[in-house]
Design a protein around this ligand. Structure first.
Ligand SMILES: Cc1cc2nc3c(=O)[nH]c(=O)nc-3n(C[C@H](O)[C@H](O)[C@H](O)COP(=O)(O)O)c2cc1C
Length: 203
C-alpha cells in the first residue's frame, strides 16, 4: 500500500493535487447545465459534481465552485430559478469540455463551442439539442458551504426528455444504452458497461 497523508497532499503542485483529489471521489455524472440570465444570453457549462437528493419530490443537487471561479451558471439560476441538465454522448465530448473555458458573460457558449441550442415552451433555460437525456429543473435552494466558499445548488425536476425509450420495466434507466458518458477528475471521459443489477437487499 502507498500511504499519502494530508501534509504530502498539501505539498503537491496545485494541478497535480487537483487531478489526484478530483479522481478520488470516483466516476461522476457529468452533464452540461444550460441557463439564461436576465441579459438573455444563453450559457452552457460542464459540471460533474451532481448528486441525486431524492425521488419524491424528485430532486438533484450540484456543487458550484466559488462565484469568482464559476460565476455565470449560478447567477443565471439565481435570476430565473430555472436550468437544464443535458447528458453527454461521445460525439460531443470535446465541445462539452470546451464549455469549461472562462468565457466572458457576454458570450453565447452554445455558439462558442458549436453545440445546437434547443428551446422548449415554458422553460426559460436552453437545452442541448443533441443530448440523449435532458431534464429541466427549478431552483429549490442555494446552500453556501462556508469551509471552502462553494455552493450546493438544489433543484426540483420538472420534466425529463429521452431521445429514445430505453427504460426497463421497473423504471431503471440504463444510461449506457444512451451512450451517456461518465467523467473522472477534471478531464477524463469514459464509456460505461453494466456489470449487473441486483435485487433489493434485505437483512
Ligand atoms: C469535467 C469537468 C467537470 C466540472 N465540474 C464542475 C462542477 O461540478 N462544479 C463547478 O463549479 N465547476 C465545474 N467545472 C468547471 C466549470 O465547467 C467552469 O468553471 C465553467 O467555466 C463554469 O462556467 P460558468 O461561469 O458559466 O458557470 C468542471 C469542468 C470540467 C472540465
Amino acid at each position: 500500500m502507498i500511504e499519502i497523508n494530508k501534509s504530502t497532499i498539501a505539498s503537491w503542485d496545485r494541478f497535480y493535487r487537483a487531478n489526484f483529489i478530483n479522481s478520488l471521489s470516483g466516476f461522476k455524472s457529468v452533464c452540461l447545465i444550460g441557463t439564461k440570465g436576465k441579459d438573455g444570453i444563453p450559457n452552457l457549462a460542464i459540471f460533474n459534481n451532481i448528486v441525486h437528493l431524492g425521488a419524491d419530490p424528485a430532486m438533484i443537487g450540484f456543487i458550484n465552485r466559488p462565484k469568482a471561479a464559476a460565476p455565470d451558471t449560478i447567477r443565471n439560476i439565481e435570476e430565473t430559478g430555472m436550468y437544464t441538465m443535458n447528458h453527454i454522448h461521445p460525439g460531443i465530448i470535446e465541445q462539452a469540455h470546451q464549455t469549461s473555458a472562462k468565457y466572458d458573460a457576454s458570450v453565447n457558449e452554445f455558439e462558442a463551442v458549436g453545440l445546437d441550442i434547443l428551446w422548449r415552451e415554458d422553460c426559460a433555460a436552453p437545452f442541448v439539442k443533441d443530448s440523449p437525456i435532458q431534464y429541466q429543473l427549478t431552483l429549490s435552494d442555494i446552500i453556501p458551504i462556508p469551509a471552502n466558499g462553494t455552493f450546493l445548488v438544489t433543484g426540483y425536476i420538472e420534466s425529463v426528455y429521452l431521445q429514445e425509450d430505453h427504460r426497463e420495466a421497473d423504471g431503471f434507466l440504463p444510461l449506457e444504452q444512451y451512450q451517456s458518458v461518465t467523467s473522472l477528475g477534471i478531464d477524463g471521459y469514459y464509456q460505461t458497461k453494466k456489470i449487473m443489477r441486483l435485487p433489493y437487499a434485505r437483512p
